[in-house]
Design a protein around this ligand. Structure first.
Ligand code: GDP
Length: 418
C-alpha cells in the first residue's frame, strides 16, 4: 500500500473550523469515502451503509491520529489534525507548519465564527493555500450566500465560488458545479452517497450563468489566456478553469468555495476532488528554510529524496506500542533502523519503526522520503518542534514564533517617598 503515489500526487492537508462547524464529521466522511476508514469498500450502498453509519454515530469514532493517510483518485492524502480551539494556538501553528494546504469548514447557518478567524490569520502568516467548505447546508436557516459574504467581509479573502446550492435546508438537493456547468444531484435523500450528474435545472439557469460569470471574472484576473477568451466571449473549457484556479489558489492565495452537508453525506466527494484539483503537492510548496549547524548560515531544503535528510517533529503521542513521534519529512530519505541527528540535543536518535497511520490501521514502512508525514517509534529525547536531520549535514529548520507569554505581575501602588 505504501508509496503508491509519486510526490506530485501527495496532498498534505489540514481541516480547520470553529468548534461544531463540522470538522470531525467532514474528516470522518472523507475517510469513509476514501474507503480507508472502515474497510467496507464494496458495501457502499443501501442498508449496509445505514447500519454502518448508525453504528458509527453510536461509537462516535473520531480521528485520534495526529496525521491520517488515505487515497483519492490515485493521490495520497495526509490529513493533519488541526486543533480547533484557540487555546491550542501554538499547536495550531505547529500543524500549519507541516501541511501544504487547508480546508476551512464553516457552518452554513453561522458563517464565519471567531475561532476560524484566528486560525485563518495564522494560515495567512504561513501562506497556506486553502479552500472553503460551507457545511450544514441542510440546516434550518442555512444561507450559502450569506456565509460567502462573511468569508469575504470578515476574513478579507479573495474567493472563487465554484458551486451554488440546489435547494436549501430540508430541500437541499445538490449543487451546480460552475466549472463544469453541470448539476450534481444527490441520488438518495437520506445518504447522498451517490449522485447523478445532470443538466442545470431550468429555474437555476440564470443564477448559474451569473455565478459562472463571476467565477470567470475572478479567474481571468490571474490568467491572461482566460482573460482573453473571456473578453472575446470564446469558450473556456473546464480543464482550463481548473488549471488557472489551481495556480491562483497555490500561488496567489485565491480561495475556492464549495458547499455541502457532511452529516448528510452531501458534497464530500466533490470536496475531495477539489483537494486534488486545487491544493498543492509538496513540490508546489515553498522550500523550507533552515540554519546549517556547520556554518550557521541560511540553507534551503527542497522536497527531493536526494537532498540531505531534514524533518520536523510536530507531535508526540503516548501509545501502548511505544512513543509515537509524528514528523514531516522536508528533504531526503530515512530508512527504518537508521540514525538521525536531533539538532536541538545534538544527539543521534535511532528510529526503530516507521509507521504510516491510516484511520483504523497502521502500516510499517521501510523508508520515508521528502513529503511524507509519518510516525516514528524509538526516538528517546525528541520533542515537538525539534528538527531531525542528516548528521553530516545538520540543519535547524525555521523556528516557530511563539507569542510572548503574558505575565501578570501584581504591582504595589507606588507611594511618593519624601
Ligand atoms: P467539529 O467540532 O467541528 O468537529 O464538529 P462536528 O463534526 O463534531 O459536528 C458538530 C455537530 O454538528 C454534530 O452534532 C454533527 O452531527 C453536526 N453536523 C455536522 N455536519 C453537519 C451537517 O452537514 N448538517 C447538520 N445538520 N449537522 C451537522
Amino acid at each position: 500500500m505504501a508509496k503508491t503515489a509519486p510526490l506530485e500526487r501527495y496532498r498534505n492537508i489540514g481541516i480547520m473550523a470553529h468548534i461544531d462547524a463540522g470538522k470531525t464529521t467532514t474528516t470522518e466522511r472523507i475517510l469513509y469515502y476514501t474507503g480507508k476508514s472502515y474497510k467496507i469498500g464494496e458495501v457502499h450502498e443501501g442498508a449496509a451503509v445505514m447500519d454502518h453509519m448508525a453504528q458509527e454515530q453510536e461509537r462516535g469514532i473520531t480521528i485520534t491520529s495526529a496525521a491520517t493517510t488515505t487515497f483519492w483518485r490515485d493521490h495520497r492524502i495526509n490529513i493533519i489534525d488541526t486543533p480547533g480551539h484557540v487555546d491550542f494556538t501554538v499547536e495550531v501553528e505547529r500543524s500549519l507548519r507541516v501541511l501544504d494546504g487547508a480546508v476551512a469548514v464553516f457552518d452554513g447557518v453561522a458563517g464565519v465564527e471567531p475561532q476560524t478567524e484566528t486560525v485563518w490569520k495564522q494560515a495567512d502568516k504561513y501562506g497556506v493555500p486553502r479552500m472553503c467548505f460551507v457545511n450544514k447546508m441542510d440546516r434550518l436557516g442555512a444561507d450559502f450566500f450569506a456565509a460567502v459574504d462573511s468569508i469575504v467581509d470578515r476574513l478579507g479573502a479573495t474567493i472563487a465560488v465554484t458551486q451554488i446550492p440546489i435547494g436549501s435546508e430540508g430541500n437541499f438537493a445538490g449543487v451546480v458545479d460552475l466549472v463544469e456547468m453541470k448539476a450534481i444531484v444527490w441520488q438518495d435523500e437520506e445518504l447522498g452517497a451517490k449522485f447523478d450528474t445532470t443538466d442545470i435545472p431550468a429555474e437555476l439557469a440564470d443564477q448559474a450563468a451569473e455565478y459562472r460569470e463571476k467565477l470567470l471574472d475572478v479567474v481571468s484576473q490571474y490568467d491572461d489566456g482566460i482573460l482573453e477568451k473571456f473578453i472575446e466571449e470564446e469558450e473556456i473549457t473546464a480543464q482550463e478553469i481548473r488549471t488557472a484556479l489551481r495556480h491562483a489558489t497555490i500561488e496567489e492565495g485565491l480561495v475556492p468555495v464549495l458547499l455541502g452537508s457532511a452529516f448528510k453525506n452531501k458534497g464530500v466527494q466533490p470536496l475531495l476532488d477539489a483537494v486534488v484539483d486545487y491544493l498543492p503537492s509538496p513540490l508546489e510548496t515553498r522550500p523550507v528554510q533552515g540554519i546549517s549547524l556547520k556554518g550557521n548560515e541560511e540553507v534551503i531544503r527542497r522536497p527531493d529524496a536526494k537532498e540531505p535528510f531534514a524533518a520536523l517533529a510536530f507531535k508526540i503521542v503516548a501509545d501502548p506500542h511505544g512513543k509515537l513521534t509524528y514528523f514531516r519529512v522536508y528533504s531526503g530519505t530515512l530508512d527504518k533502523g537508521e540514525t538521525v541527528l536531533n539538532s536541538r540535543t545534538q544527539k543521534k536518535e535511532r528510529v526503530g519503526r516507521l509507521l504510516l497511520m491510516h484511520a483504523n490501521n497502521r502500516e510499517d514502512l521501510d523508508q520515508v522520503a521528502a513529503g511524507d508525514i509519518v510516525a516514528g517509534i524509538g526516538f528517546k529525547d525528541t520533542r515537538t518542534g525539534d528538527t531531525l536531520c542528516d548528521d553530516k549535514d545538520g540543519v535547524v529548520l525555521e523556528q516557530l514564533e511563539f507569542p510572548e507569554p503574558v505575565i501578570h505581575v501584581a504591582v504595589e501602588p507606588k507611594t511618593k517617598a519624601d
